[in-house]
Design a binder for this molecule. Structure first.
Ligand code: HEM
Ligand code: HEM
Length: 199
């Protein structure tokens, strides 16, 4: 496995590095989603479910998702990132296809904020996590009497199988991170939370 080289560098709207806000939001998502996934699976497949903690971290996750989507939709740098996450344009889709072709030839695309396959997968990941979290929140509201008429059994089944979809993507995401790390890509930048001088 080697590197495709940065073929997209010439496009002017590229964000040079991960914005600091994106890094903090990512860390918060990483911690809360991983916790929810492990406790949820342990409640379903195992027999240990730390209910109070799952609700508490779940409510924090709802807040983080609100901030994440707010940042993506309401700031200009967030909206540029949003175009990487959901590349619904002829050019965006073309870049995704180019990356897929590269992968079939053993070429990994560069890391960092750029349009293409990784961004698209990140978008699907964030979208899935949002749907699963909303399902959990809807169940909680039904328990607490905030609303009624919720199809409880269906939602619980959706939450459980949705968690498998999230877990599969979690493994894929971490797997790709390790692969990039193996060929020396500077992707640990994602966890450097201090503002860079040029930002
Ligand atoms: C990505 C995020 C989440 C994942 C992966 C997840 C996963 C799960 C799973 C697998 C279960 C079933 C456990 C079992 O069968 O015993 C569950 C239950 C539950 N979750 Fe989550 N959850 C997430 C987010 C949330 C959020 C945001 C809330 C609310 C704030 C929430 C509230 C609940 C509640 C109330 C239950 C209990 C349902 C019951 O006991 O029947 N979850 N969660
Ligand atoms: C647990 C849930 C996780 C979610 C929902 C998630 C989601 C995302 C998203 C949406 C992005 C793109 C960032 C953006 O566009 O603002 C991203 C990038 C990244 N994530 Fe995660 N992530 C998770 C867990 C992890 C874990 C456990 C690791 C560490 C091994 C990790 C490492 C990275 C790295 C290194 C990048 C940057 C990739 C690049 O430079 O191309 N993530 N993640």
């Amino acid at each position: 496995m080697h590197h495709a080289g940065n073929t997209h560098k010439m496009h002017s709207e590229l964000i040079p590095q991960w914005p600091v806000a994106a890094k903090w939001l990512h860390l918060a998502l990483l911690l809360s989603v991983t916790f929810q996934m492990i406790t949820g699976l342990s409640g379903w497949i195992g027999s240990f479910f730390p209910f109070t903690w799952h609700i508490l971290v779940g409510l924090c996750l709802m807040l983080v998702l609100g901030l994440q989507w707010g940042w993506l939709l309401m700031t200009s740098i967030g909206r540029s990132t949003l175009r990487y996450l959901f590349p619904w344009s002829p050019r965006g889709l073309r870049l995704v296809i180019m990356d897929v072709k590269g992968l079939t030839q053993g070429l990994l695309t560069p890391s960092g904020p750029r349009p293409g396959l990784p961004g698209f997968m990140h978008g699907i990941f964030l979208f899935s996590v949002t749907i699963v979290a909303l399902t959990g929140f809807t169940l909680l509201g039904a328990f607490r009497g905030w609303w009624s008429g919720v199809p409880f059994g269906t939602l619980l089944t959706a939450l459980r199988y949705g968690t498998l979809v999230v877990a599969a993507q979690w493994l894929g995401h971490v797997g790709m991170v390790l692969l990039h790390a193996l060929i020396g890509d500077p992707l640990w930048e994602m966890f450097r939370l201090k503002r860079a001088k040029s930002q």
